[in-house]
Design a protein around this ligand. Structure first.
Ligand SMILES: Cc1cc2nc3c(=O)[nH]c(=O)nc-3n(C[C@H](O)[C@H](O)[C@H](O)COP(=O)(O)O)c2cc1C
Length: 192
């Protein structure tokens, strides 16, 4: 497949460290959440949960920042919104474990990212956060698994970022070539 055939919203997505504190309109956040909900899921379980806050609620915003490891707090505190994705890990109809819960939640996040990109909003995901703190804060039972944290906002100028962090935004992070991960007929048999 030619790279230029890949949709612009897919190619243009990236995860900056320099995020702006500028307000993101609520209707855009709502559209991003709605886009997430269009994702496919095993048995149409739709196991994803999203909880978010914005810097308009300083107290809650700072609580969310505390979930993050220090290396993420440094830059994520400039975001406009912080989002946490979670997955319900049991099927609602029979209570059995749903081994696709995290997979489906990832697909929902992917939709959310695409919608955000269409609004020129950037989302920088973070695995670097305390699952335990999130569990405690939201009083999660063992049927809900925190998955990832996300910092969201328009692109910032990075003025209040340490130089070494800002430098990471200078180049887009490299990608494997399609031949490294897509194969035809036999695994590892080059497709293109
Ligand atoms: C599940 C997940 C966890 C991540 N955790 C972190 C993190 O804790 N801190 C960070 O700076 N970036 C984190 N990232 C961002 C990745 O480093 C980034 O997506 C990757 O390098 C590709 O760059 P791009 O998103 O700009 O294309 C995470 C991304 C994902 C999907």
């Amino acid at each position: 497949m030619k790279k230029e055939l890949v949709l612009e919203v897919i190619q243009e997505r990236w995860s900056p460290y320099a995020l702006s504190q500028q307000t993101v309109e609520e209707f855009k956040i709502k559209a991003m959440m709605e886009a997430a909900g269009h994702a496919p899921s095993c048995n149409n379980e739709q196991p994803w949960l999203f909880v978010y806050t914005t810097r308009e609620n300083e107290k809650v915003f700072n609580d969310y920042i505390e979930f993050l490891v220090e290396g993420n707090q440094i830059w994520a505190k400039n975001a406009y919104a912080l989002i946490i994705s979670m997955a319900r890990t049991r099927f609602s109809h029979n209570g059995k474990p749903n081994r696709f819960a995290q997979y489906d939640t990832g697909m929902a996040v992917s939709n959310l990212l695409i919608q955000a990109t269409a609004f020129d909003i950037h989302i920088h995901q973070m695995g670097g956060f305390s699952v335990e703190k999130v569990r405690e804060y939201f009083r999660l039972g063992d049927d809900v698994e925190p998955i990832a944290a996300m910092a969201a906002g328009f692109l910032g100028d990075g003025t209040n970022l340490p130089a070494d962090v800002l430098k990471k935004d200078e180049n887009r992070r490299p990608r494997k070539t399609v031949n490294d991960y897509a194969f035809k007929n036999k695994l590892y048999n080059p497709a293109f």
